[in-house]
Structures are given as structure tokens and as C-alpha cells.
Design a protein around this ligand. Sequence first.
Ligand SMILES: Nc1ncnc2c1ncn2[C@@H]1O[C@H](COP(=O)(O)OP(=O)(O)O)[C@@H](O)[C@H]1O
Ligand code: SF4
Ligand SMILES: [Mg+2]
Length: 328
Amino acid sequence: MTEPNLLSAVNLHKKFKVSGQNRSTRFLTALDQVSLHISAGETLGIAGESGCGKSTVAKIMAGLLLPDSGDVLYKGTPLSQLGKSDRKIYRQKTQMIFQDPFSSLNPRMRVGDSISEPLVISGMPASLRRAELARIMASVGLPYDSANRFPDEFSGGQRQRIGIARALAAAPEILIADEPVSSLDISIQAQIINILLQMKQESALSMMIVSHNLLILRHICDRIIIMYLGAIVECGPTAELFSRCRHPYTEALIAAIPGLNASDASKGVLLHDDLPSALSIPPGCRFHPRCRHAIDLCRSEVPKMTEYAAGHTAACHLSEALFGQGSD
Ligand SMILES: Nc1ncnc2c1ncn2[C@@H]1O[C@H](COP(=O)(O)OP(=O)(O)O)[C@@H](O)[C@H]1O
Ligand code: SF4
Ligand SMILES: [Mg+2]
């Protein structure tokens, strides 16, 4: 049986200070009332254009960044209430994989030592570490004899394998991957995605995968959250999101996937303007300046997040009118 809500976020808010003209200080809204959950064994995707707040959510969930308000709950306990030792356990149980694995690897450390570091920290005896290192390296397709080499001797794809191996060595419960394949060639992307898929099939590991590429998330995730300008606008089971989305922004993102929905593209579904600045979030529905369906209500009233089918929610005043009622 799966354990509900291994990790959840309640009402996360995050603003960043940015300097404006004449040395003035302004605040941009990176996250606004973001709530989500991940169950044990579940793979959750977070999608949206660049600048929507995906990385900010990922860092807060991993305990690397504090929200201004709201909290992250690990097995029901708010991180803000965890003592020092429990917080350390949380940081070990929640491992993050970055877009650029090179930046998180020590260039002067042999990769075998980098991958083994969490094993040493966990107190695993030296006699067992060798076999465990070999097992972990094999699970991500790295030859064991490469353990003595340094990070700059590896290609981008191999470095991402090293990043995943190092994360796995900490025996995590949750893996948070922020754009794990964005910097890789298409053919290498498929290899890394297959490793993540294999991990999903073979272990009870929960994963949160952040990507601006919906097609990748469709391939791996059980559920997908769509973010727009710091807020969640839709969340639903992957298959349902693709067969029957409930928000015009999701519809536009799906229509933009090359080769998937050529007819939608010709119906004018595609987005044209750039994402507005997070320094001034539009009133009412934050998507209204780019929404082809916007009515007066959308410009003044924030749409409520509404559940249309089990686990499928969206925040759009016209969702029922545009996409029909409930589930089929
Ligand atoms: N450290 C920071 N300082 C100032 N602004 C930031 C910082 N980190 C992120 N932002 C801003 O917050 C918003 C969300 O950023 P981010 O979470 O990185 O989005 P995404 O990962 O979806 O591209 C963007 O407007 C970005 O410019
Ligand atoms: S609430 Fe209005 S503006 Fe916002 S997505 Fe729905 S129809 Fe478009
Ligand atoms: Mg990002």
C-alpha cells in the first residue's frame, strides 16, 4: 500500500528582492500560494515556461531554500519544526539532481570517492563500500573502472549519471530532479530518462521531476502540476491531463509540443506573447493577458482551484464551459 503525502507543501509564498532603477528595491513574486503533495513511490512532474517558479519550488522542497511563508511537511511534520538531527535526516532522505551536475561535483575528487561520500557519512564499513559503489555505478550504467577518473574526463551525459549515482548513494526516499536532461543532447536525454524510468519501476523511490518539456514528463510521471507565473493552475493524472486538460494554459503547452497536436496549433491555441514579469502579476486570473478566452470576470477575480475529477484540479473561471463538466 502506498503511504499518502510523504512530502507536501502548504501555501508556499516566496518573493525575491531585485534592485530597480535609482537604487530602488522591488520584490518579485516567485511563488504564490503553492500547495502540493507527493506520495511514496509516486513520480510527480512540475511543468511550465521558464520563470514560472519551478526551480524555486524544487529548492524549497529539498530544504535548500526557505519560503517566506507556508511550510513543507515531511511525513506530516513541518520542516520548520524539525530539530537539527531530524533536519539532517530529511536532507539525506531528499536528494536533488541538478541541470548541471558538474557544478555539484568536486572537480578534484575522483568520481568513485564523490559517489561514495554519502556511504562514508552514513557509516558504512569500508569492507562493504566497494561492492555498494560497484552496484550503484552499474545501476546508472557507469563502468566500475571509471571510479578512479575525475569529473572533467566525463561527457555531460556521464556526469549526469554520476550526479544520479551520488544521489542514490544517500539511500533517499525522494529524488528531486531540476531539468535533469535539459543540457544534454537528445539521444543522451533518452538514456538518462530511461535510467529514471528504471529506478521508478524497480524501487519505491518517490520522484519530483521539474522540466519545461512536457513530453519528458509525460513519459515518466504519474501526475503533473502546471505552474504559471508562480502559481499552480492545473494538476492531474498524466494521461488525463493530456487527453482532457482543464486550463487554457495547459492546452497551449500541449499544443506547442512538436508533432503532437498540429491541428490545435492551427486553431490558434499556441501562446504568442512572452511570460509577463513576476514584478507585476496581472490581477484576477494571472493568465488573462495571454488567454484568448478571457472575459471581464477573468480580469478582476482570481479563479478558485476546483476539482473536476478525482485528483484533477484547475483554476479557470471557464473550465467547464471550455472543456466540459466532470469526468466522462
Ligand atoms: N535568487 C533569485 N533572485 C532574484 N530572482 C530570482 C531568484 N531566483 C529566481 N528568481 C526569479 O523568480 C522567478 C521564478 O524563478 P525560477 O523558480 O527559477 O523559475 P523556473 O525554474 O520555472 O524557470 C523568476 O522570475 C526568476 O527570475
Ligand atoms: S480564468 Fe479566464 S483568463 Fe484565466 S485561463 Fe480561464 S478563461 Fe483564461
Ligand atoms: Mg528552473
